[in-house]
Design a protein around this ligand. Structure first.
Ligand code: NAI
Ligand code: MG
Length: 369
Protein backbone atom coordinates (compact mmCIF):
# COMPACT_ATOMS: atom_id res chain seq x y z
CA UNK A 1 0.00 0.00 0.00
CA UNK A 2 1.44 3.37 -1.08
CA UNK A 3 1.95 5.83 1.76
CA UNK A 4 -0.19 8.98 1.55
CA UNK A 5 1.36 12.22 2.78
CA UNK A 6 -0.98 14.43 4.75
CA UNK A 7 -0.09 17.89 5.98
CA UNK A 8 -2.12 19.30 8.87
CA UNK A 9 -2.20 23.09 9.28
CA UNK A 10 -4.34 23.67 12.39
CA UNK A 11 -3.99 27.48 12.34
CA UNK A 12 -5.67 29.74 14.89
CA UNK A 13 -8.61 29.97 17.28
CA UNK A 14 -10.73 26.82 17.17
CA UNK A 15 -8.55 25.47 14.31
CA UNK A 16 -6.30 23.37 16.60
CA UNK A 17 -9.33 22.18 18.61
CA UNK A 18 -11.19 20.82 15.57
CA UNK A 19 -7.96 19.48 14.03
CA UNK A 20 -7.38 17.34 17.16
CA UNK A 21 -10.62 15.52 16.27
CA UNK A 22 -9.39 14.92 12.71
CA UNK A 23 -6.25 13.36 14.24
CA UNK A 24 -8.51 11.03 16.19
CA UNK A 25 -10.20 9.88 12.96
CA UNK A 26 -6.85 9.55 11.18
CA UNK A 27 -5.65 7.32 14.02
CA UNK A 28 -8.60 4.99 13.35
CA UNK A 29 -7.78 4.95 9.62
CA UNK A 30 -4.19 3.96 10.38
CA UNK A 31 -5.01 1.45 13.10
CA UNK A 32 -7.48 -0.34 10.83
CA UNK A 33 -5.00 -0.44 7.95
CA UNK A 34 -7.29 1.53 5.61
CA UNK A 35 -4.37 3.66 4.44
CA UNK A 36 -0.70 3.94 5.21
CA UNK A 37 -0.26 7.55 6.29
CA UNK A 38 2.63 9.89 6.84
CA UNK A 39 1.20 12.81 8.81
CA UNK A 40 3.14 16.05 9.13
CA UNK A 41 2.11 19.28 10.80
CA UNK A 42 2.87 22.90 9.93
CA UNK A 43 1.92 26.42 10.90
CA UNK A 44 -0.35 28.89 9.12
CA UNK A 45 -1.96 32.22 9.98
CA UNK A 46 -1.33 33.94 13.28
CA UNK A 47 0.32 30.79 14.64
CA UNK A 48 2.94 30.98 11.87
CA UNK A 49 3.37 34.73 12.34
CA UNK A 50 4.06 34.26 16.07
CA UNK A 51 6.65 31.55 15.32
CA UNK A 52 8.35 32.83 12.14
CA UNK A 53 7.12 36.39 11.53
CA UNK A 54 5.32 35.34 8.31
CA UNK A 55 1.79 33.96 7.78
CA UNK A 56 3.18 30.77 6.24
CA UNK A 57 6.82 29.76 5.88
CA UNK A 58 8.49 28.74 2.59
CA UNK A 59 9.15 25.35 4.17
CA UNK A 60 5.49 24.76 4.93
CA UNK A 61 4.49 25.88 1.40
CA UNK A 62 6.91 23.28 0.00
CA UNK A 63 5.45 20.62 2.31
CA UNK A 64 1.95 21.58 1.13
CA UNK A 65 3.02 21.22 -2.51
CA UNK A 66 4.43 17.76 -1.85
CA UNK A 67 1.45 16.50 0.18
CA UNK A 68 -1.30 14.27 -1.19
CA UNK A 69 -3.78 16.35 0.82
CA UNK A 70 -3.50 19.43 3.02
CA UNK A 71 -6.02 19.87 5.83
CA UNK A 72 -6.37 23.39 7.22
CA UNK A 73 -8.26 24.46 10.36
CA UNK A 74 -8.85 28.21 10.25
CA UNK A 75 -6.80 31.39 10.39
CA UNK A 76 -7.19 34.78 12.00
CA UNK A 77 -8.35 36.49 15.14
CA UNK A 78 -8.22 39.84 16.96
CA UNK A 79 -4.80 39.01 18.43
CA UNK A 80 -3.23 39.78 15.00
CA UNK A 81 -5.22 42.92 14.17
CA UNK A 82 -2.09 45.06 14.43
CA UNK A 83 0.34 42.99 12.35
CA UNK A 84 1.62 44.42 9.02
CA UNK A 85 -0.86 43.92 6.16
CA UNK A 86 1.34 41.50 4.20
CA UNK A 87 1.73 39.27 7.26
CA UNK A 88 -1.92 39.17 8.36
CA UNK A 89 -3.19 35.61 8.98
CA UNK A 90 -5.34 35.50 5.78
CA UNK A 91 -2.17 36.12 3.75
CA UNK A 92 -1.02 32.61 4.66
CA UNK A 93 -4.15 31.05 3.19
CA UNK A 94 -4.00 33.28 0.09
CA UNK A 95 -0.37 32.36 -0.52
CA UNK A 96 -1.16 28.64 -0.26
CA UNK A 97 -4.04 29.01 -2.74
CA UNK A 98 -1.83 30.95 -5.14
CA UNK A 99 1.35 28.86 -4.88
CA UNK A 100 -0.59 25.58 -5.18
CA UNK A 101 -2.62 27.08 -8.10
CA UNK A 102 -5.89 26.01 -6.56
CA UNK A 103 -8.26 27.00 -9.38
CA UNK A 104 -11.24 24.83 -8.42
CA UNK A 105 -13.21 25.61 -5.29
CA UNK A 106 -15.58 22.85 -4.19
CA UNK A 107 -18.39 23.77 -1.84
CA UNK A 108 -20.79 20.97 -1.01
CA UNK A 109 -24.19 21.68 0.48
CA UNK A 110 -25.04 18.65 2.57
CA UNK A 111 -28.14 18.52 4.73
CA UNK A 112 -28.03 15.79 7.33
CA UNK A 113 -31.53 14.39 7.97
CA UNK A 114 -31.18 15.05 11.72
CA UNK A 115 -30.63 18.77 11.06
CA UNK A 116 -33.16 19.31 8.26
CA UNK A 117 -35.37 21.42 10.52
CA UNK A 118 -32.68 24.09 10.95
CA UNK A 119 -32.76 24.93 7.22
CA UNK A 120 -34.55 28.04 6.00
CA UNK A 121 -36.42 25.77 3.57
CA UNK A 122 -39.07 23.17 4.30
CA UNK A 123 -37.70 19.84 5.55
CA UNK A 124 -38.88 17.87 2.51
CA UNK A 125 -36.96 20.19 0.16
CA UNK A 126 -33.59 19.71 1.91
CA UNK A 127 -33.71 16.44 3.85
CA UNK A 128 -30.82 14.38 2.46
CA UNK A 129 -29.60 17.21 0.19
CA UNK A 130 -26.10 16.56 -1.18
CA UNK A 131 -25.01 18.85 -3.99
CA UNK A 132 -21.61 20.22 -4.94
CA UNK A 133 -20.83 23.62 -6.38
CA UNK A 134 -17.58 23.75 -8.36
CA UNK A 135 -16.53 27.38 -8.61
CA UNK A 136 -13.72 28.60 -10.88
CA UNK A 137 -11.50 30.48 -8.46
CA UNK A 138 -8.57 32.12 -10.26
CA UNK A 139 -10.12 33.78 -13.35
CA UNK A 140 -13.18 35.76 -14.43
CA UNK A 141 -14.37 39.22 -13.53
CA UNK A 142 -12.51 39.41 -10.20
CA UNK A 143 -9.17 39.37 -12.00
CA UNK A 144 -9.79 40.49 -15.64
CA UNK A 145 -8.15 43.67 -17.00
CA UNK A 146 -8.97 46.50 -17.50
CA UNK A 147 -10.29 47.00 -14.01
CA UNK A 148 -10.55 50.69 -13.14
CA UNK A 149 -12.56 53.76 -12.25
CA UNK A 150 -11.93 56.75 -14.56
CA UNK A 151 -13.15 60.36 -14.57
CA UNK A 152 -15.40 61.44 -17.43
CA UNK A 153 -15.33 64.99 -18.97
CA UNK A 154 -18.87 65.60 -17.69
CA UNK A 155 -17.72 65.18 -14.09
CA UNK A 156 -19.17 61.69 -13.72
CA UNK A 157 -17.11 58.57 -13.16
CA UNK A 158 -16.91 55.35 -15.14
CA UNK A 159 -16.12 51.94 -13.58
CA UNK A 160 -14.97 48.90 -15.55
CA UNK A 161 -14.53 45.27 -14.58
CA UNK A 162 -13.69 42.74 -17.24
CA UNK A 163 -14.80 39.13 -17.39
CA UNK A 164 -12.11 37.14 -19.19
CA UNK A 165 -11.97 33.37 -19.67
CA UNK A 166 -9.67 31.43 -21.96
CA UNK A 167 -10.36 27.95 -23.27
CA UNK A 168 -7.83 26.21 -20.98
CA UNK A 169 -9.36 27.76 -17.86
CA UNK A 170 -12.83 26.48 -18.75
CA UNK A 171 -11.51 23.08 -19.84
CA UNK A 172 -9.69 22.36 -16.60
CA UNK A 173 -12.59 23.34 -14.34
CA UNK A 174 -15.03 21.34 -16.48
CA UNK A 175 -12.78 18.28 -16.16
CA UNK A 176 -12.78 18.63 -12.36
CA UNK A 177 -16.59 18.79 -12.40
CA UNK A 178 -16.95 15.70 -14.64
CA UNK A 179 -14.48 13.70 -12.56
CA UNK A 180 -16.30 14.62 -9.34
CA UNK A 181 -19.66 13.67 -10.84
CA UNK A 182 -18.26 10.20 -11.54
CA UNK A 183 -17.68 9.52 -7.82
CA UNK A 184 -20.96 11.23 -6.91
CA UNK A 185 -24.34 11.20 -8.69
CA UNK A 186 -23.13 11.18 -12.30
CA UNK A 187 -24.66 14.55 -13.28
CA UNK A 188 -23.18 17.98 -14.06
CA UNK A 189 -25.13 21.20 -14.53
CA UNK A 190 -23.09 24.00 -16.09
CA UNK A 191 -24.29 27.55 -15.42
CA UNK A 192 -23.53 30.76 -17.36
CA UNK A 193 -25.30 33.63 -19.12
CA UNK A 194 -24.65 32.79 -22.75
CA UNK A 195 -27.68 34.86 -23.74
CA UNK A 196 -25.96 38.13 -22.74
CA UNK A 197 -22.24 37.37 -22.20
CA UNK A 198 -19.60 36.29 -24.73
CA UNK A 199 -17.66 34.60 -21.92
CA UNK A 200 -20.86 32.68 -21.14
CA UNK A 201 -21.13 31.55 -24.74
CA UNK A 202 -17.51 30.34 -24.76
CA UNK A 203 -18.05 28.65 -21.36
CA UNK A 204 -21.04 26.76 -22.77
CA UNK A 205 -19.17 25.71 -25.94
CA UNK A 206 -16.01 24.56 -24.14
CA UNK A 207 -17.88 22.57 -21.49
CA UNK A 208 -19.91 20.86 -24.25
CA UNK A 209 -16.76 20.09 -26.26
CA UNK A 210 -14.82 18.65 -23.29
CA UNK A 211 -17.79 16.50 -22.33
CA UNK A 212 -17.43 14.81 -25.73
CA UNK A 213 -13.71 14.91 -26.47
CA UNK A 214 -12.64 14.26 -22.86
CA UNK A 215 -14.49 10.95 -22.72
CA UNK A 216 -17.00 12.09 -20.10
CA UNK A 217 -20.14 10.98 -21.93
CA UNK A 218 -20.99 8.58 -19.07
CA UNK A 219 -21.72 11.77 -17.06
CA UNK A 220 -25.03 13.50 -17.82
CA UNK A 221 -24.51 17.16 -18.76
CA UNK A 222 -27.11 19.95 -18.63
CA UNK A 223 -26.72 23.67 -19.23
CA UNK A 224 -28.72 26.31 -17.36
CA UNK A 225 -28.69 30.08 -17.33
CA UNK A 226 -27.22 31.12 -13.98
CA UNK A 227 -30.26 33.15 -12.89
CA UNK A 228 -32.64 30.29 -13.66
CA UNK A 229 -30.33 27.99 -11.73
CA UNK A 230 -30.52 30.38 -8.75
CA UNK A 231 -34.29 29.98 -8.72
CA UNK A 232 -34.12 26.22 -9.08
CA UNK A 233 -31.54 25.98 -6.27
CA UNK A 234 -34.10 27.33 -3.83
CA UNK A 235 -37.17 25.69 -5.39
CA UNK A 236 -35.82 22.13 -5.75
CA UNK A 237 -32.17 21.88 -4.61
CA UNK A 238 -32.19 18.06 -4.54
CA UNK A 239 -32.43 18.02 -8.35
CA UNK A 240 -28.74 18.91 -8.57
CA UNK A 241 -25.59 16.83 -8.24
CA UNK A 242 -22.54 18.84 -9.42
CA UNK A 243 -22.93 22.47 -10.51
CA UNK A 244 -19.97 24.02 -12.38
CA UNK A 245 -19.80 27.77 -12.87
CA UNK A 246 -17.51 30.79 -13.06
CA UNK A 247 -15.93 32.77 -10.25
CA UNK A 248 -18.66 35.40 -9.83
CA UNK A 249 -21.75 33.19 -10.19
CA UNK A 250 -20.02 30.53 -8.09
CA UNK A 251 -19.34 32.98 -5.28
CA UNK A 252 -23.02 33.87 -5.04
CA UNK A 253 -24.53 30.45 -5.71
CA UNK A 254 -22.24 28.67 -3.23
CA UNK A 255 -23.23 31.07 -0.44
CA UNK A 256 -26.91 30.53 -1.24
CA UNK A 257 -26.43 26.75 -1.33
CA UNK A 258 -24.59 26.68 2.00
CA UNK A 259 -27.46 28.47 3.71
CA UNK A 260 -29.89 25.79 2.53
CA UNK A 261 -28.27 23.47 5.04
CA UNK A 262 -28.66 25.43 8.28
CA UNK A 263 -25.30 25.41 10.03
CA UNK A 264 -21.89 26.93 9.38
CA UNK A 265 -20.19 24.50 11.77
CA UNK A 266 -21.17 21.62 9.47
CA UNK A 267 -19.80 22.71 6.08
CA UNK A 268 -16.55 21.45 4.53
CA UNK A 269 -14.80 22.73 1.40
CA UNK A 270 -11.98 21.79 -0.93
CA UNK A 271 -9.74 23.68 -3.31
CA UNK A 272 -8.10 21.68 -6.08
CA UNK A 273 -5.18 22.53 -8.33
CA UNK A 274 -3.66 21.30 -11.55
CA UNK A 275 -2.60 17.69 -12.01
CA UNK A 276 1.14 17.07 -11.64
CA UNK A 277 3.20 14.72 -13.82
CA UNK A 278 1.95 11.73 -11.80
CA UNK A 279 -1.70 12.66 -12.32
CA UNK A 280 -2.03 13.90 -8.73
CA UNK A 281 -3.90 17.10 -7.95
CA UNK A 282 -2.66 19.52 -5.32
CA UNK A 283 -5.45 20.02 -2.83
CA UNK A 284 -6.42 21.85 0.31
CA UNK A 285 -9.40 20.92 2.49
CA UNK A 286 -10.87 23.24 5.10
CA UNK A 287 -14.11 24.01 6.90
CA UNK A 288 -16.13 26.96 5.54
CA UNK A 289 -16.19 28.55 9.01
CA UNK A 290 -13.45 30.77 10.46
CA UNK A 291 -11.42 30.68 13.68
CA UNK A 292 -14.41 31.61 15.89
CA UNK A 293 -12.40 33.64 18.44
CA UNK A 294 -15.57 34.10 20.54
CA UNK A 295 -15.59 30.41 21.50
CA UNK A 296 -11.89 29.47 21.07
CA UNK A 297 -10.27 27.67 24.00
CA UNK A 298 -13.60 26.64 25.52
CA UNK A 299 -13.77 23.14 24.07
CA UNK A 300 -17.23 23.73 22.59
CA UNK A 301 -16.47 24.16 18.85
CA UNK A 302 -18.27 21.88 16.41
CA UNK A 303 -15.61 19.60 14.83
CA UNK A 304 -17.95 18.18 12.15
CA UNK A 305 -17.06 20.61 9.32
CA UNK A 306 -13.39 19.75 9.85
CA UNK A 307 -14.09 16.00 9.98
CA UNK A 308 -16.29 16.31 6.86
CA UNK A 309 -13.34 18.06 5.18
CA UNK A 310 -11.27 14.95 5.87
CA UNK A 311 -14.07 12.89 4.30
CA UNK A 312 -13.76 15.05 1.17
CA UNK A 313 -9.99 14.47 1.13
CA UNK A 314 -10.56 10.70 1.35
CA UNK A 315 -12.99 10.91 -1.55
CA UNK A 316 -11.21 13.28 -3.91
CA UNK A 317 -7.47 13.04 -3.13
CA UNK A 318 -6.75 9.83 -1.22
CA UNK A 319 -8.62 7.38 -3.45
CA UNK A 320 -11.02 6.13 -0.77
CA UNK A 321 -14.54 7.25 -1.73
CA UNK A 322 -16.07 4.23 0.02
CA UNK A 323 -14.31 5.07 3.30
CA UNK A 324 -15.38 8.72 2.87
CA UNK A 325 -18.99 7.58 2.64
CA UNK A 326 -18.59 5.63 5.91
CA UNK A 327 -17.16 8.70 7.63
CA UNK A 328 -20.10 10.81 6.39
CA UNK A 329 -22.41 8.06 7.61
CA UNK A 330 -20.72 8.13 11.04
CA UNK A 331 -21.36 11.89 11.23
CA UNK A 332 -24.97 11.45 10.19
CA UNK A 333 -25.62 8.61 12.67
CA UNK A 334 -23.97 10.52 15.53
CA UNK A 335 -26.34 13.41 14.85
CA UNK A 336 -29.19 10.91 14.54
CA UNK A 337 -28.50 9.81 18.13
CA UNK A 338 -29.12 13.36 19.31
CA UNK A 339 -25.54 14.53 20.01
CA UNK A 340 -25.17 18.27 19.38
CA UNK A 341 -22.51 20.88 19.97
CA UNK A 342 -23.87 24.24 21.16
CA UNK A 343 -24.13 25.79 17.68
CA UNK A 344 -26.58 23.13 16.43
CA UNK A 345 -28.24 22.28 19.74
CA UNK A 346 -32.03 22.32 20.06
CA UNK A 347 -34.51 21.35 22.78
CA UNK A 348 -34.40 17.66 23.69
CA UNK A 349 -30.93 17.04 22.23
CA UNK A 350 -27.78 16.07 24.17
CA UNK A 351 -25.30 18.94 24.38
CA UNK A 352 -21.67 17.83 24.00
CA UNK A 353 -18.26 19.48 23.60
CA UNK A 354 -15.70 19.22 20.80
CA UNK A 355 -13.92 16.15 22.18
CA UNK A 356 -17.10 14.23 22.97
CA UNK A 357 -18.46 14.86 19.46
CA UNK A 358 -15.17 13.90 17.80
CA UNK A 359 -14.84 10.74 19.90
CA UNK A 360 -18.41 9.70 19.16
CA UNK A 361 -17.88 10.06 15.40
CA UNK A 362 -14.51 8.25 15.52
CA UNK A 363 -16.06 5.38 17.47
CA UNK A 364 -18.99 5.05 15.07
CA UNK A 365 -16.65 5.26 12.09
CA UNK A 366 -14.48 2.49 13.51
CA UNK A 367 -17.55 0.30 14.01
CA UNK A 368 -18.70 0.93 10.40
CA UNK A 369 -15.27 0.15 8.85
P1 NAI B 1 -16.43 32.50 12.07
O1 NAI B 1 -16.86 31.49 11.08
O2 NAI B 1 -15.13 32.29 12.73
O3 NAI B 1 -17.55 32.65 13.21
C1 NAI B 1 -18.90 33.08 12.96
C2 NAI B 1 -19.80 32.58 14.09
O4 NAI B 1 -20.01 31.18 13.96
C3 NAI B 1 -19.20 32.80 15.49
O5 NAI B 1 -20.21 33.11 16.41
C4 NAI B 1 -18.61 31.44 15.82
O6 NAI B 1 -18.53 31.17 17.20
C5 NAI B 1 -19.53 30.47 15.09
N1 NAI B 1 -18.82 29.29 14.63
C6 NAI B 1 -17.97 29.21 13.55
N2 NAI B 1 -17.47 27.97 13.44
C7 NAI B 1 -17.99 27.25 14.46
C8 NAI B 1 -17.84 25.90 14.89
N3 NAI B 1 -17.05 25.03 14.23
N4 NAI B 1 -18.51 25.50 15.98
C9 NAI B 1 -19.32 26.35 16.63
N5 NAI B 1 -19.52 27.63 16.28
C10 NAI B 1 -18.86 28.08 15.21
O7 NAI B 1 -16.45 33.92 11.31
P2 NAI B 1 -16.05 35.36 11.85
O8 NAI B 1 -16.46 35.51 13.27
O9 NAI B 1 -16.55 36.29 10.85
O10 NAI B 1 -14.45 35.42 11.76
C11 NAI B 1 -13.58 35.11 12.86
C12 NAI B 1 -12.15 35.06 12.37
O11 NAI B 1 -12.01 33.98 11.44
C13 NAI B 1 -11.71 36.31 11.63
O12 NAI B 1 -10.38 36.59 11.98
C14 NAI B 1 -11.83 35.92 10.17
O13 NAI B 1 -10.94 36.66 9.37
C15 NAI B 1 -11.45 34.47 10.22
N6 NAI B 1 -11.99 33.66 9.12
C16 NAI B 1 -11.16 32.71 8.60
C17 NAI B 1 -11.58 31.87 7.60
C18 NAI B 1 -10.65 30.81 7.14
O14 NAI B 1 -9.71 30.48 7.82
N7 NAI B 1 -10.88 30.25 5.98
C19 NAI B 1 -12.93 31.99 7.03
C20 NAI B 1 -13.76 32.97 7.69
C21 NAI B 1 -13.28 33.79 8.68
MG1 MG C 1 -18.70 34.74 -0.86
Amino acid sequence: MATQNILLLPGDGIGPEVMAEVRRVLAVIEARGVLSLSIDEGLVGGAAYDAHGVAVSDGDVEKAKAADAVLLGAVGGPKWDGVPYEHRPEAGLLRLRKDLELFANLRPAICYPALADSSALKRELVDGLDLMIVRELTGGVYFGEPKEITDLPNGQKRAVDTQVYETYEIERIAKVAFELARVRGGRVTSAEKRNVMKSGLLWNQVVTAIHKSGGYEDVKLDHMLADALGMQLVRAPKEFDVIVTDNLFGDILSDVASMLTGSLGMLPSASLGAEDENGRRKSLYEPVHGSAPDIAGKGIANPLAMIASLAMALKYSLGKPDVADLLDKAISETLGEGLRTGDIWSEGMTKVGTTEMGSAVAKKFEALL
